[in-house]
Every structure is written in C-alpha cells, then in structure tokens.
Write a protein that binds this ligand. Structure first.
Ligand SMILES: [Zn+2]
Length: 184
C-alpha cells in the first residue's frame, strides 16, 4: 500500500486475501525497481526463496543464497515507516494491534535470520532505488559467507544493528527515516 492511500474504514473481512493476511505484497513497484536495478548491475538473486531460520520459515523478497543475504522491501504503512507509517483512526484498536504485530514479526524474522548467519537488509518502499541498491551491495560485500578465494583484505566492518523502534515514534532524532533501515 502506498503512503497516503486511503484505508478501509473497517477491518478487512476474514476472507481477506492471503497476501493481505501475510502483509507481504509481492512484486510491488519498489520491489520490482530494486530487482531490475540489481540485475542490471550483474547481481543474481532468488525471489521469495523460502529460508529456514531457526524454527521460522520466511520468504525474503530478494535472496542471495550463497552470500546469505536476505532483502526485504517493506511497505511504509504495513511496516510502520517513521515517515509515512501513520496510524489510521482506530476506535476498535484493530489497526494498532495488527501493525504492532507486523513490527514485532519483522524484528523476530530479522533476528532469527541473523542468528543463522544471514545478513538482513530492510529497505523502505519510499527509499530511492539507487540508495536501496547501495545498501544491498554493501551487505553483499561484507557478507560473512563468501566462497573460498573471494575473501577480501580489509573488509568493511559490519554496521551495528539498528532497530526500528515502535511505530508510535522513536523519539527525537529518528525523523530521518533513512537511518533506521540499513541493515538491522
Ligand atoms: Zn516511508
């Protein structure tokens, strides 16, 4: 869902589509843009490849299996971007609970993957594609699982894990949005 797109006034019916339930909308425009840009640069990846991480089976949007890099392109609304993740009017508390669960699940998925040696790159749908490509490329360069012979001297140190904080605002200094995402 794009930022600013009107929301349904009421919760979706229980017959909501599987994609609605999973909140992972495949082949979104930002995801396609990123895939095209990566492909043009010679990167080869798998799309929505299932990955087992701990007891969790996840399908990152873009997967580099050999380098163990998993990329998620997160929708601003569903994943509570600090810039556009505005909460709808919510007298029943439905949306608050749902969106909180999404954020919690994102964190769980990220930490499960990282515990298995994956590098996780989360990119907001609002991010310019060239910046998104930079984040992914950086993760590929610093990926711990390289083929023998590909080790590089002076590899870039791993960035600290950045957590997104709650949807309700992360306090002063977090309004930038772009700093929240890199690799977390
Ligand atoms: Zn956003």
């Amino acid at each position: 869902m794009s930022p600013g797109q009107p929301l349904p006034a009421t919760p979706p019916p229980s017959a909501a589509s599987a994609s609605m339930r999973s909140n992972r909308h495949r082949d979104t425009a930002p995801e396609l843009r990123l895939r095209r840009a990566l492909h043009a640069l010679g990167h080869r990846y798998r799309v929505s490849l299932p990955v087992q991480a701990g007891g969790v089976r996840v399908r990152p949007d873009i997967v580099f299996p050999r380098q163990r890099v998993a990329v998620f392109v997160d929708g601003c609304f569903w994943h509570c971007c600090a810039l556009h993740g505005r909460r709808p009017a919510d007298p029943t508390g439905y949306w608050t609970a749902k969106l909180d669960r999404n954020v919690e699940r994102d964190r769980r998925v990220t930490s499960s993957l990282e515990a298995e040696g994956w590098r996780v790159v989360r990119i907001w749908e609002h991010e310019p594609v060239d910046e998104a490509v930079t984040f992914v490329a950086a993760a590929l360069v610093t990926a711990p699982h390289r083929r023998p012979g590909q080790a590089r001297a002076g590899s870039v140190p791993r960035r600290g894990q950045v957590t997104a904080g709650s949807c309700d605002g992360d306090g002063p200094g977090d309004g930038d949005g772009s700093r929240d995402r890199l690799v977390r």
